[in-house]
Design a protein around this ligand. Sequence first.
Ligand code: NAD
Length: 503
Amino acid sequence: MAQPVVGRGVPNTVRLALLRGRAWVSGRWVEAASGKTFPVLNPANGELIAEVPDMGVSDTEEAIEAAHKAQRQWAALPCKERAKGLGRWYDAIMANKEELAKLITVEAGKVLRESRGEVDYGASFISWNAEEAKRIEGEVLSSLVPGRRTLLVSQPVGVAALVTPWNFPVAMITRKAGPALAAGCAVVVKPSEETPFSALAIAELAHEAGIPPGVFNVVTSSRDSTPSVGTTLASSDLVRKLSFTGSTTVGKLLMAQCASTVKKVSLELGGNAPLLIFNSADIDQAVAGAMASKFRNTGQTCICTNRILVQRGVHDEFVEKLVSAVSKLVQGNPFDESSQQGPLINEAAAQKVENHVNDAVEKGAELLVGGARAEELGSLFFRPSVAVGVSGEMRVTCEETFGPLAAVMTFDDEEEGITMANATPFGLAGYFYSGDPGQIWRVSEALETGMVGVNETMITSENTIFGGMKQSGLGKEGGRYGLREYLETKFVCMGGIAERPVD
Ligand code: NAD
């Protein structure tokens, strides 16, 4: 069963039935060839949850081989059979929703109510793609030459490597694995070293659902071993696709490494989302949208609002209401049902928020609430914070803060707001609140982001696309476009066809 020795990172009151302490390769729980393991800590209390294998190059090669062996048989199944397998996997995930949510909470520090939401969201990519598996189609083109027929057929790309971050430890895997398996690919998942347990749990559930050995593999590795695992995945000829979600820095590195084998690459990278509030906006709605977008997952989502740009006419009203809402946020043990804000993922993350606050204040911003760690709760808890008078040269406007700091800037007119919003090399999500229909069209068209929320900040769902422009990424996830990322379109020309005589 591969159940590990549990450390003090697991609260006494919590039993984790799906906790697995080995990697999952070729339908078996395995150790690293070296026998090495690494510790995974609970960010809420800094204590050990359990150890997992610290895998390296040979382990990764073994997982790639396993996926390669399994892929052709999986692809050869009628699409309806693959759809049924995905359907059973969805059912298994939903039947274990509470167990998965607890794992997310213990390893990512996400508050339990949000972890449950992540399981729903993550599972939706499995059920959506179970349906889509039945709609993988080709085309018959009109022939330009007599005696020929011209076809376009869709085929799976082959083995796909899926490298995923810690902030959505279930959903970032299922958003890739759902379409990959639907298309007929087999996958090697490399989850974040911070959150391997959610990945191993969904491997267990894939197994229970009858997904064949080798189709879904999970390789775990420590921060030190990860670069060699990444290079092995990126440079293997057997891996035909690499899909990565994470920071822009690592995305660029993997993209360069994939060039050696000209792999198909999808990149879901960092963002620097602007949220514009125009004078015509409904301010209560805008505050609710800002709260949801800025503070979800304690500010640690790639589409979290990073810069709040408020038109001068509504600035004071908006800020007053925002500060009031932020002051009411409940911070605490992420397992408590009342908690709305948990810890940050690690010390580097907490230091980054601290640095952004200090840098902004040094450069003239004013802190209205928060601005420091909530040490009484634990070293990684940072108080929800609001800074006003923020300007373009501050780090908080140039880099993803990835934490609970709302940075408010001011603009005078629509053109200035758009220019400020687009003044970043990133382009993942952008949001704005406006009551003016003409402005809604103009601003939607002008924002240089892959996703735009108009009078709404909770914009994602399985039937639409997720993806960025500029340095926020390449390719799309979700909807029918997400499935195409795992398909090759092959052209077949059939010649020598005797035509029927025409009178
Ligand atoms: P990260 O880039 O540090 O790590 C992501 C994954 O890459 C992890 O599995 C990590 O182990 C692995 N990795 C790290 N170095 C590697 C290397 N040299 N070779 C191969 N793999 C390597 O990112 P993170 O801190 O886990 O996640 C936060 C980042 O992810 C933020 O920038 C956030 O915006 C981004 N993100 C983007 C999306 C999106 O859909 N665009 C979604 C969630 C998170």
